[in-house]
Design a binder for this molecule. Structure first.
Ligand SMILES: [Zn+2]
Length: 697
């Protein structure tokens, strides 16, 4: 379901005619009086042309359309990077990816020297909360700073059975959690960020959207997310909070849906993935009026706009370039996008783009220039015939990238020569390690356009691996590996697949190969350690985990794996490792459970209780864990809680002899002899060795 060119043309025409409405919104739109509540809503992967308020047909988005009627609709909002985590980092810090160092998902967390709007609101006395719906926005990446409450608790089954990038939850659950926080929030202004993930692939909306949008399920996901968001808006209106709240909605990036040969997003920077919907509903009393804005704007302008419309001053302003309601001079700036994903994951050229009212310029080994007014689908590359325009854009891009670029604090750990580092900087890549050798850098990088078939083959292989078809994945990947033997991502994908199918030797071989090609990749180290440990090479496994945790101290899965290996003969060290893991991510349920078990084994029952309780609250409540928790309560003389947990264990597994035995002991301590004897008898009938506990007649 591609929009017709005419359709898009019409949309662009409307943008131009409606531009005047925006006119000259006051530079300072702050309200007078009490500070407004601020609600930031991001729905992942929504193309602007999929909302009715942007001209879409055949898709119902009544919630966002209503918001659009009450607010300012930005018709050409451009995402700075078409990847979930870096895009949100740009939105919340007001910094370009090349400034805050968050360029893709292979790098380090957001460094603490960069402030987020959540920290600014909190400093001003706001209650702050976030509910996010995908693991890629997990707190270990650093965006939780400044939030009193950051809900990124995903179910433990997901962590065990799915690829990390696919761990998510539906809008229904996230909205319910969001409303729970909003309802219990005390009476003071709040800053709330809600992130919904549904339109991200795979496209599988729940009923009735599944049937209604059977032939275009991507649209169905958007309609479903819009429907769930309606519950938040209804509650705000019922609670009389809607009018006085500042509400900003946008998406982090769009979706290609096959345009330019790309199926999803992240690989290219065409408008299919960087053009996003953006609506700002000002709080009552603001001088900003509802309307439409037609000139291009950037998502880095959102953080300054939130602060400005809420009337808040904060040191974070040092990070900002400009807001959405700036002067006309600001509005004539070119808007920027980048993707480093082709480079950091595959060793191909990064892409950078500048857009103006009329053009999109894409800087690549073979540069591209599109007249987006005449050619909204970007099919006719004008770069070969408009060398002068290209030269101007090239210059502008170069100076843009020189504006306060990120400098890694750990530059000393870099293994690159100054010359190679210089080349990386010229590519707009700010990490201190390179995914390709200095020689490859010097000889020039391939254009992602020419590597599309390899890229799509890798995605196809990953899909095959998700359904456990390793053979098919290898068939798809082997010609790619032949073509590009130095691509580390292929052995990584194959190694991770081997881990999931418990083929430890193959996993170790592939992950070792991956690390030969990309020696700093901490996730490959963690996987390799797991495989080696299973193969009995425990000391070597520990060495890799030491390297992984020093390379990325926030890698809580590495700390967790480290704990597992230490638990056997160094429980003190294991305890410290588990504690590190849960200090970074308290919602990492298996680490809570393992720490609980370790404390239990060390007879530290009181300390084990909260770990087991947390693991159960996170969804790990099986019979075993209730049984152990019951023993902890028994040992700390909390008999009613002990009984409740042993009963819970038996409800889940009525034939669990230990739980009957422990329940018998609970009753015995309480002096309830008849009940105690019954439970002991039951334990004896299930397991001979427990018969000695049955009291004589
Ligand atoms: Zn996203």
């Amino acid at each position: 379901m591609q929009p017709t060119s005419l359709n898009r043309h019409l949309q662009l025409f409307l943008c131009v005619t409606l531009a005047a409405i925006h006119a000259h919104a006051a530079a300072n739109g702050a309200t007078r009086g009490p500070k407004p509540n601020v609600i930031l809503i991001t729905i992942d992967t929504v193309r602007a042309d999929r909302l009715s308020c942007y001209g879409a047909k055949n898709i119902q988005t009544p919630t966002l359309d209503a918001l659009a009627r009450d607010g300012v609709v930005f018709e050409r909002a451009i995402s700075q990077v078409p990847l979930t985590w870096p895009s949100h980092a740009a939105i919340l810090t007001g910094l370009y990816p090349f400034q805050n160092g968050v360029q893709d998902f292979t790098g380090q967390p957001l460094e603490s020297r960069f402030r987020s709007v959540a920290q600014a609101f909190k400093q001003q006395g706001y209650a702050t909360a976030a509910v996010v719906s995908a693991f890629v926005l997990d707190r270990s990446w650093g965006l939780a700073r400044g939030f009193d409450f950051y809900d990124d608790a995903f179910s433990p089954e997901q962590f065990q059975h799915r690829d990390l990038g696919l761990v998510d939850r539906r809008a229904g659950e996230s909205v319910t959690r969001a409303l729970a926080w909003l309802k219990r929030n005390p009476r003071r202004p709040f800053f709330f960020w809600l992130h919904l993930y549904d339109p991200h692939s795979p496209y599988d909306p729940p009923e009735p959207f599944r049937s209604e949008y059977k032939s275009h399920p991507y649209d169905g996901e958007i309609a479903y997310a819009d429907h769930e968001l309606g519950r938040v808006m209804a509650w705000l209106k019922q609670s009389r909070l809607y009018d006085q709240s500042l509400i900003v909605f946008l998406s982090d990036h769009g979706e290609s849906l096959g345009e330019h040969g790309e199926h999803e997003h992240g690989f290219f920077v065409y408008n299919a993935t960087v053009h996003i919907p953006l609506i700002v509903k000002p709080p009552a009393g603001s001088r900003i009026r509802a309307g439409r804005v037609s000139h291009p704007v950037e998502t880095v302008a959102i953080a300054p706009t939130l602060m400005n419309l809420a009337g808040i001053r904060d040191p974070i302003e040092k990070q900002f370039t400009h807001g959405l309601f700036g002067t006309v001079a600001d509005a004539s700036d070119d808007v920027y996008s980048e993707t480093l994903y082709p480079f950091s994951s595959f060793g191909w050229s990064p892409l950078h783009s500048l857009e103006t009212n009329r053009y999109q310029y894409i800087d690549a080994p073979a540069p591209e220039l599109y007249d987006v007014m005449a050619d909204p689908e970007e099919k006719n590359n004008l770069a070969p015939v408009q060398a002068a325009v290209v030269a101007v854009f090239k210059d502008k891009l170069k100076s843009r990238l020189q504006n306060h670029p990120f400098i890694p604090t750990q530059a000393s750990s870099s293994v690159l020569s100054p010359d190679a580092l210089e080349k990386l900087r010229a590519l707009g890549y700010v990490a201190s390690h390179s995914p390709v050798s200095a020689g490859v850098l010097a000889s020039g990088l391939p254009d992602p356009k020419s590597k599309l078939w390899e890229f799509n083959a890798i995605l196809e292989a990953e899909d095959a691996l998700q359904i456990g078809d390793v053979k098919r994945a290898e068939e798809i990947l082997s010609p790619v590996q032949e073509q590009d033997p130095k691509m580390y991502v292929i052995p990584f994908v194959l190694g991770e697949a081997a881990l999931r199918s418990q083929n430890w030797e193959r996993a170790a071989e592939q992950l070792q190969r991956c690390l030969d090609l990309n020696p700093n990749f901490d996730n490959a180290m963690t996987g390799l350690a797991r495989a080696l440990a299973k193969l009995g090479q425990v000391e070597e496994a520990k060495n890799w985990l030491r390297r992984a945790t020093s390379s990325n101290p926030e890698n809580y899965r590495a700390w967790y794996e480290f704990g597992l290996l230490q638990a056997g003969n160094d429980p003190g060290a294991a305890q410290a490792s588990y504690q590190k893991a849960i200090a970074i991510q308290p919602n990492f349920s298996v680490a809570q459970r393992e720490l609980g078990m370790l404390l239990f084994n060390r007879k530290n029952y009181a300390a084990a209780v909260p770990k087991f309780e947390k693991a159960i609250a996170l969804g790990l409540g099986d019979a075993q864990i209730h049984n152990f928790l019951g023993i902890c309560y028994n040992q700390t003389k909390q008999m009613q809680k002990s009984i409740r947990n042993h009963e819970a264990a038996l409800k889940l597994d009525p034939k669990m002899a230990e739980a009957h035995l422990n329940l018998g002991y609970d009753y015995q301590l309480l002096g309830q002899r008849k009940k105690a004897k019954d439970e002991y008898q039951e334990a004896c009938s299930l397991e001979q060795k427990f018969c000695k506990f049955v009291p004589p007649q």
